[in-house]
Design a protein around this ligand. Structure first.
Ligand code: FAD
Length: 517
């Protein structure tokens, strides 16, 4: 299908680089290749570009860059190394060092194009430890005025709220994930060496004498074969929307609860690379988050709690509810039978709204109450009856929590002691802004499930994003980034923007490796 100026070039059958997918990693890789003079084609199976990356907040965790320097923020590769080491040990030292070395270069290379501009944004790293930055290491793209992107905006997947309602972008500039994808797309097109095909699904890899030499695609006009002289870069997301792969790999959560665009990321790239001899790892992993169950059976990514508490089926709290979302999700996955679903209990001091950020935030409290995904009651006993929670335990839990709110000390889970816990709270509230008393009826309980921002296991790759066999040998011509690859951050989500930041850095390195031959 031809849309706007993107697909107007005639099809060729030979390129230097073919990129599969159109998230931030794929786009950064396509730009890097085309800006080095490689004739580059990006294929995306959906009609819109950007995948989950376009839904994102577009925080990119990229230490020690010129963006931090411009903002007067002091960071260094050494302190980022100390931080990552404290979480990961030496397990991924090679990829860690590659990431640290190339993050500043990537940002410089991207910002060299007038279409790309970032700004530093304060958001604490997710773990206490050596090298942690309380102000964080994240940057975001500057909002993208419509006048700069023109009609190409219609090709960028809108934000999750608009997209799920079948609407286009809201008025005004493209922001967050749309700005990131829009800016990278503009930069890619600026090179003059790039073309993009939407509704073009990679169905297989072409392998000749052990080298990946291109891909097969399915298009509206039928199948085609595309050659890639220098390499194929897979940036086609994970397998979060594939129920069968999730179940085969013991990946917690559900394809219904993932935050990826419906039907986008079904793991084809991972499976086809496996068939070509690639190894996979971390396949039971995801970028986790608690999700508010929606009447449709999907879920809404929940973060930034300003009040309330969470209990499992036994009516007890089980964690510091203000933990960074991946860590809270892990707490749910850890005892899935009791904690999925959990209940988010809150009172009416927030006007009946959930005291947290939800993405998407399109279902009103009234709709939730009508659908039964939330319940409301005048007393905690009545709330217990409606949720099936044990009444005495629920009351004790709330009473104990209210005591903590009064003293300002959460003796059970230390909520409010970490800078991240306080980031979204009202600093003027009480002795501990993360602990807000629950005593204003009616009370509410929202069903919480384990959601994910994507799966995190995938193809095993090296420091240059080369896809490896089980024996550790690179498969010539094949590269993978983002959720198509297993993350070097393993079972940790170190800070805001690690998924996008690492995807872009390794895409940049993949292209450097292709250039080196
Ligand atoms: P995607 O961005 O999903 O891109 C994959 C693309 O590949 C899709 O468009 C898909 O259609 C296409 N594709 C799949 N298979 C094929 C095929 N066979 N042929 C052709 N195309 C194919 N992360 C951060 O780092 N910072 C944030 O601020 C952040 N905020 C978030 C906020 C929200 C609300 C959500 C939902 C997620 C957020 N994330 C954030 C997570 C992050 O967006 C994802 O982890 C990341 O975008 C995944 O990137 P990806 O390139 O692997 O996949």
């Amino acid at each position: 299908m031809t849309i706007g100026q993107i697909n107007t070039q005639d099809w060729d059958s030979e390129y230097d680089v073919v990129v599969v997918g159109s998230g931030a990693g794929a786009m950064a890789g396509a730009f890097s290749a085309a800006s080095r003079g490689f004739k580059t084609l990006l294929v995306e199976k959906m009609p819109l570009l950007g995948g989950t990356s376009s839904y994102s907040g577009a925080s990119c965790w990229l230490p020690a860059t010129q963006v931090q320097e411009r903002a007067g923020v002091t960071d260094s590769v050494d302190s980022a190394r100390a931080y990552l080491q404290s979480l990961l040990g030496e397990a991924e030292a090679d990829r860690r060092e590659a990431f640290l070395a190339s993050a500043p270069e990537l940002v410089k290379a991207l910002e060299h194009d007038p279409a790309v501009e970032f700004r530093w944004t304060a958001f604490p790293d997710y773990f206490a430890g050596p090298g942690r930055m309380d102000a964080g290491r994240s940057m975001m793209p500057v909002d993208l005025p419509r006048s700069e992107i023109g009609n190409l905006a219609e090709l960028v997947r809108p934000n999750i709220e608009s997209d799920q309602k079948g609407e286009s972008h809201p008025d005004g500039p493209l922001t967050a994930g749309q700005a990131l994808i829009g800016r990278l797309l503009l930069a890619f097109m600026n090179t003059g060496n790039g073309s993009v095909r939407t509704e073009t699904e990679m169905t297989d890899l072409l392998v000749e004498d052990g080298r990946v030499t291109g891909i097969s695609v399915e298009t509206a006009a039928g199948p085609r074969t595309l050659k890639a002289g220098a390499g194929v870069l897979l940036g086609a997301g994970g397998f979060e929307s594939n129920t069968r792969m999730r179940s085969e790999n013991g990946t917690p959560g559900s394809a219904d609860w993932t935050m990826a665009p419906r039907g986008a990321n079904t793991g084809t790239a991972i499976r086809r690379a496996q068939a070509a001899g690639a190894a996979v790892e971390l396949m039971d992993e995801g970028w986790w988050c608690p999700g508010v169950l929606q009447p449709s059976g999907t879920s809404a990514f929940t973060l930034g709690l300003r009040g309330g508490l969470m209990v499992s089926g036994d009516g007890r709290r089980f964690a510091n509810e203000s933990l960074p979302y991946d860590r809270m999700g892990r707490q749910m996955a850890f005892a899935a039978e009791e904690r999925i679903p959990s209940w988010f209990v809150f009172d009416s001091r927030f006007g009946g709204a959930l005291p947290a950020i939800m993405r998407p935030d399109t279902t009103s409290p009234q709709e939730h109450l009508a659908a039964g995904t939330w319940v409301q009651a005048q007393t905690l006993d009545e709330l217990a009856e409606r949720t099936g929670l044990p009444a005495a335990t629920l009351s004790q839990t709330v009473e104990r929590f209210n005591g903590f709110a009064e003293s300002g000390v959460d003796e059970d889970f230390h909520r409010g002691e970490d800078p991240y816990d306080l980031f979204f709270t009202d600093p003027s509230h009480g002795p501990n802004p993360a602990l807000v008393t629950l005593d204003q009826p009616p009370y509410y309980a929202a069903r919480m499930v384990l959601s994910d921002l994507g799966t995190k296991g995938g193809l095993r790759t090296d420091r240059d994003a080369r896809v490896l066999t089980a024996g550790g040998d690179p498969i010539p011509g094949l590269y993978a980034v983002g959720n198509s690859s297993a993350s070097f951050s393993g079972r940790f989500y170190p800070g805001p923007g690690v998924p996008l930041g690492t995807a872009m850095v390794f895409a940049y390195r993949a292209v450097q490796s292709m250039t080196a031959g």
